[in-house]
Design a protein around this ligand. Structure first.
Ligand code: BMA
Length: 318
């Protein structure tokens, strides 16, 4: 299949994909994928999940002037798992960055011996970190906080997995007065069932993005097939003042594995974004994603086109 993006697609793959791979690291590593993204000191900063040749992951930083080319791996910045913390004894993964003033709130997956969980660390420079502890117990992942509070409460999107088999894994919303104690947990976006592309398992991609129509959500849906899982992306829109209200959700996936670097790798047929950046023109959106759990890629969309897409896709049935 051609790696050229069909002109009818909403996202266009960067011709220079993959933008970062294992060979870009001075030390031998297995794979680099699932990056968080933000702007830092006038440059694009990606917080990369680096999977070492132990199988365990840590977070490293790469920066670029234009967000597409000239990526430089930073020798100092990044976050290592703390060997004294049981909640991340098997590494740290899949960071989502929310910038609030000059502080970056990084929600990441801690891989504990009791399952994956959701942790938070804060930084101002990606060198010094303040760990804020576990936000959600296992099994939970695919989480990010909103950059604003709602009636004085912080809001976290996350994806717990029920212990009972066959119930699906759905996206939840929880609130906190202090980023420490979380409650008021409620279902936000359910995995659909049956033949849908996002049947049985969904999870948040990048942190929610405030737009003129509300909070734009990009989420992954997992389709299980005879030859493995396919991770694709869909869109939804949440109310600006009450993020528990889902205003729209697309029926069709808007991005899926098509290019060779997405279809083959350690885990074939995976596109998995943890970050996106809306550029200064207010419309160009760069989506940063891991492809096939092996490399880091970028794709570009028009925010206006994503919002119009949702307008013509009424809230679906399941
Ligand atoms: C998910 C996460 C991601 C990974 C994806 C595909 O459950 O663990 O880190 O990219 O599976 O393997």
């Amino acid at each position: 299949m051609s790696s050229q993006t069909d002109p009818r697609e909403l996202f266009e793959r960067f011709a220079g994909n993959p933008i970062i791979g294992a060979a870009d690291f001075p030390k031998m590593v297995n794979a680099v994928f699932n990056p968080g993204a933000t702007e830092f000191e006038g440059r694009t900063l990606l917080l990369l999940r680096v999977e070492h040749r132990t199988g365990l992951s840590s977070l490293a930083v790469a920066t670029s002037d234009d967000g597409l080319t000239g990526w430089e791996i930073d020798p100092v910045k990044g976050l290592e798992p703390d060997p004294d913390l049981r909640e991340e004894c098997w590494g740290i993964e899949d960071p989502r960055i929310t910038r609030i003033d000059d502080e970056y709130f990084v929600v990441y997956v801690g891989y504990s011996a009791y399952g994956p969980l959701v942790s938070l660390a804060k930084t101002r420079d990606f060198v010094q970190w303040e760990r804020c502890g576990v936000l959600q117990a296992p099994e939970d992942k695919d989480a990010a906080i909103f950059p604003v509070t709602f009636d004085g409460r912080w809001a976290l999107i996350h994806r717990p997995v029920p212990a009972a088999a066959g119930l699906g894994a759905h996206i939840w919303l929880s609130f906190s007065p202090d980023l420490h104690y979380w409650g008021e947990s409620q279902m936000l976006l359910t995995a659909r069932r049956g033949g849908w592309w996002d049947a049985n398992k969904v999870g948040l991609g990048p942190p929610p993005l405030l737009t003129k129509d509300g909070w734009l959500i990009c989420y992954h849906g997992v389709r299980v097939t005879a030859s493995g899982s396919i991770y694709r992306l869909g869109l939804a829109l949440l109310d600006r003042d009450d993020p528990s209200k889902v205003l729209a959700r697309g029926n069709e996936w808007i991005f899926g594995p098509q290019a060779p670097y997405e279809q083959s790798g350690d885990v074939p047929d995976v596109v998995f974004p943890c970050g996106w950046i809306l550029r200064d023109d207010g419309d160009t959106l760069h989506l940063y994603y891991g492809a096939a759990d092996s490399v880091v890629c970028v794709a570009t969309a028009s925010l206006a086109q994503l919002l119009s897409h949702l307008e013509v896709h009424p809230f679906p049935t399941d």
